[in-house]
Design a protein around this ligand. Structure first.
Ligand code: AMP
Length: 395
């Protein structure tokens, strides 16, 4: 258990909250404000407790001076102000006199947002390499540090690890919720425990498979990565995705855990990815020109046998090219099957989460993890530095 924002008296304190405002912005317009909404509970709590709220976030990557124009947090401040129904002062700097003066003049309950922390990356990657002096400087601006940016917790940055190592600290409500669901599922999952994996590359999921194959009762594999496993089993996969380098890994896993690894028995196939038409083929009938783009109905039926009996299910990676409606049926069906399971169901990964939300299943699971890379690293059993650095609770 980590200290949380509730463990501190925030009254009259300058509270630095690291939030995840890494939202998609097109032509200055925010196209998805979910991440801003998810940070509201912590920000509102700090306001109610009379804190002076200083918000830090990154937005995208900053590699050149030109990147700054499209990666400013200014539109986020405007949207946050609308959502909070109160003024949010945006400071277009990450450090300096204006930052210090403005913070010095803050009243209790005020909210300010500094410019994108990664603007500091132009000068020797100071934010992303956790530059000691930068972390110390940002820490000097506040009294208490709260990390609520789960999505960057797998990285050691100046705006998380750097500041947290210098100030009394805790986690916010968003990270608390992530840990509430992910920690027990990883440490002591109620059994049967099933993991559903999809997405494009085997290489991205090797760490997860290696870590969870011992803990899980079943690993159901769909998506592009399934075809490398099928190839390893000796099937013709036509022009489907093949991760040749990891064929050997698939072979070894299948040899050691053949009862646990459940592979598709049919596939939606097409002749070219841009097509709107797919044919359902039994796996043994995939032709040399065909590309497998989704799991078929016999596979969802098979997967459901495991889903129905499971007490804990973690799903990471869409099981088809869900961005194209004809090839999104498998992913949608998995959403429906998980919705019917009233036990613990957890979704992780940016693509899986956005697919499920876009298909209308936002509230159908126990938990949808907000962090793509961070939740994947948790599934790999790794410690997240942005959370490890937070003081343990003694309660
Ligand atoms: P990842 O980022 O590894 O989680 O992969 C997500 C991507 O995998 C999505 O963009 C899907 O379109 C893609 N994907 C899922 N199934 C397939 C498939 N059968 N062939 C190619 N790409 C796929």
């Amino acid at each position: 258990m980590k200290k949380t924002i509730r463990d501190y008296d925030l009254n009259n304190k300058k509270v630095i909250i690291r939030v995840d405002f890494n939202v998609p912005i097109k032509n200055g317009q925010i196209t998805d404000d979910n991440r801003i909404k998810e940070s509201l509970e912590t920000i509102k709590y700090a306001i109610e407790k009379n804190a002076k709220v200083i918000l830090l976030s990154h937005l995208g990557r900053i590699k050149t001076e030109e990147d700054k124009a499209s990666k400013t947090l200014a539109p986020v401040a405007t949207r946050l102000s609308e959502l909070l129904e109160k003024d949010v002062l945006f400071i277009p700097y990450t450090r300096g006199e204006e930052v210090e003066k403005t913070i010095g003049n803050m009243q209790n309950g005020d909210v300010i947002l500094l410019e994108n922390t990664r603007f500091e990356d132009l000068d020797g990657k100071k934010e992303s390499s956790n530059d000691e002096a930068l972390g110390k400087y940002w820490a000097s601006l506040g009294d208490i540090y709260i990390n609520d940016a789960f999505g960057t917790s797998h990285r050691s940055h100046a705006s998380n690890v750097g500041i947290a190592s210098k100030l009394p600290n805790g986690i916010g409500f968003l990270i608390e919720k992530e840990l509430k669901y992910l920690t027990p599922a990883m440490e002591d999952p109620e059994k049967p425990f099933t993991v559903i994996l999809g997405g494009s590359k085997v290489s991205d999921k090797i760490g997860v498979i290696k870590h969870l194959v011992h803990k899980a009762d079943f690993i159901l594999i769909g998506g592009g990565m399934a075809y490398t496993f099928l190839k390893a089993k000796g099937y013709e996969i036509g022009s489907s995705l093949l991760d040749e380098e990891n064929l050997q890994f698939c072979n070894e896993i299948l040899a050691s855990y053949c009862d646990k690894i459940i592979l598709p028995v049919d596939s939606v196939c097409t002749l070219y990815l841009e097509s709107n038409e797919g044919l359902i083929e039994p796996i043994e009938h995939i032709g040399p020109d065909q590309i497998g783009v989704d799991i078929g109905p016999a596979t969802t039926h098979l997967f459901n046998k495991y889903i129905e009996l499971s007490k804990t299910i973690i799903w990471n990676g869409p099981v088809g090219v869900f961005e194209q409606p004809p090839f999104g049926k498998g992913t949608k069906k998995i959403c429906e099957l998980l919705k019917n399971n009233k036990n613990t169901t957890i979704l992780g990964g940016g693509d899986t989460a956005s697919a499920a939300i876009n298909f209308g299943f936002k509230d159908s699971f126990s938990h949808i993890s907000t962090g793509g890379g961070a939740s994947l690293e948790m599934l790999e059993g790794k410690e997240l530095p942005g959370i490890s650095i937070i003081t343990d609770s003694t309660n």
